[in-house]
Design a protein around this ligand. Structure first.
Ligand SMILES: Cc1cc2nc3c(=O)[nH]c(=O)nc-3n(C[C@H](O)[C@H](O)[C@H](O)COP(=O)(O)OP(=O)(O)OC[C@H]3O[C@@H](n4cnc5c(N)ncnc54)[C@H](O)[C@@H]3O)c2cc1C
Length: 399
């Protein structure tokens, strides 16, 4: 494994740095750092800049609008955007449904949906999970029944934990089209216009006080057959393909590096008695352990990149990346909360009328508790860590 960047890769890194310095929207600067609540328009303003440059979909093939980057260039891109504290790009269109459409969709579906995903005109959400169908996704019960003329499906059921569905123009949904077949064989993949009559989106307010996830109810929702991707009852193939894309990049190494840098900054300026917090041996030890684990994770990620460049499958390393990456993301918020101490306690969003108390203490501490609570999600979504461990046991130990 060669860990040195080539002169071309260093030139690319410099080009990326210069582009971000010049083009990252002024009004977004510091927003990620200060942990301000990001609006739909915030996400879209950076999305549009990247779409214009042709860099919005790093992993897409060139023929569909990707930039034609190598795995190393994509790695450099994620490092540099994290380093510059750029806000993330919503994954549902670019990382998830886009690849499903260009892999399994018809020419008409590609022409209709892909350009609008790239431009950001359509905001997407993911309708997989249901009450009673999370880890055991194949047991999903939302039903789609073909009309007599064979032109539409009528969809009835409920989805849950649907991230950002309150903003979504479109959703990709897993629905049961054959209740008599074996579980995985009776599922289809439908694209549904979220403005269709019969769809109700109801917020779920999370522990951190945010409106990030929703319940989505579907009542006699009429969906044209032309919105089905791939053959009827072959939706599980698309679903599995998409989950592999969802897990790629979920380790968040670059963002965690930045997170640890912030912890160091905090711990060097916050005083614990007459000494900076970083002088406390217990706290310093935790920071050092976190750094070591992140370095180990980074090497695992680099190894998978080297394998990918050599045309080899990531294998169980992809699941290890998900487990360790998500745990590290959580530990970062734990250390920030510990540094905030009592300053982290009073500030809590989401009581409808505004915040329960005025923020006190340093600015970074205002967000410590909500972030800590919010990040509990990372070991659950994208396939829970327990389920990832089962997969590793099967792949590596043959259990
Ligand atoms: C913040 C957030 C955002 C999300 N966004 C979306 C979204 O946009 N769209 C979407 O479709 N879904 C979304 N999800 C749902 C997510 O995919 C599910 O929560 C996840 O798959 C787990 O399913 P579950 O919540 O039903 O838990 P369950 O499957 O009921 O699991 C409960 C517990 O049992 C454990 N468990 C389950 N099965 C096994 C097993 N076989 N062996 C060992 N342990 C097991 C799990 O690890 C977990 O600890 C989101 C979830 C969260 C938290």
């Amino acid at each position: 494994m060669d860990l040195e960047f080539s002169p071309e890769e260093i030139a690319f890194r410099d080009e990326v740095r210069a582009f971000i310095a010049e083009s990252y929207p002024q009004e977004l600067r510091g927003k990620q750092d200060e942990g301000d609540d990001l609006t739909k328009e915030d996400f879209l303003s950076w999305h549009r800049v990247l779409a214009k440059k042709g860099w919005i979909a790093p992993a897409w093939p060139v023929e569909y609008g990707g930039p034609g980057w190598t795995a190393t260039q994509r790695y450099i891109w994620s490092e540099e955007t994290a380093r510059a504290d750029c806000i993330r790009i919503m994954p549902f269109g670019i990382t998830m449904v886009g690849p499903v459409i260009y892999t399994f969709g018809t020419a008409e579906q590609k022409a209709r949906f892909l350009p609008r995903i790239l431009s950001g005109e359509d905001w997407w959400c993911q309708g997989y999970s249901e009450p009673g169908a999370g880890s055991d996704l194949a047991s999903l019960r939302t039903r789609a029944v073909l009309t007599d003329d064979g032109q539409h499906y009528i969809v009835n059921g409920q989805k849950t934990w649907t991230t950002m569905a309150q903003h979504a123009d479109w959703g990709f949904f897993l629905v049961r089209t054959n209740p008599d077949a074996k579980q995985q064989e009776g599922i289809s993949f439908l694209l549904i216009d979220m403005k269709t009559p019969g769809i109700t989106v109801r917020p779920i307010i999370t522990l951190g006080g945010e409106h990030e996830v929703n319940e989505v109810f579907l009542e006699d929702v009429k969906v044209p057959v032309g919105n089905r991707i791939h053959e009827e009852n072959k939706g599980w193939t698309c679903a599995k393909f998409l989950l592999a894309h969802e897990r790629a990049g979920i380790a968040g190494v670059a963002a965690s590096k930045r997170g640890i840098e912030k912890i160091r900054d905090i711990a060097m300026t916050e005083m614990d008695g007459d000494k900076p917090l970083l002088a406390d041996p217990f706290y310093r030890r935790k920071v050092a352990e976190l750094e070591m684990d992140l370095t180990a994770l980074e090497f695992t990620e680099l190894r998978t990149l080297a394998n990918e460049a050599a045309g080899k499958d990531a294998g169980a390393a992809a699941n290890v990346l998900k487990i360790k990456g998500s745990e590290i993301q959580q530990r970062i918020t734990e250390l920030v909360l510990e540094a905030a101490g009592h300053y982290g306690a009073p500030y809590f969003r989401g009581f409808g009328e505004g915040d329960n108390e005025h923020p006190i203490g340093p600015e970074w501490a205002n967000r410590a508790a909500p972030s800590y609570y919010n990040m509990r999600k990372t070991t659950i979504y994208g396939g829970s860590n327990e389920v990832q461990r089962n997969i590793i046991a099967k792949m590596v130990l043959g259990l």
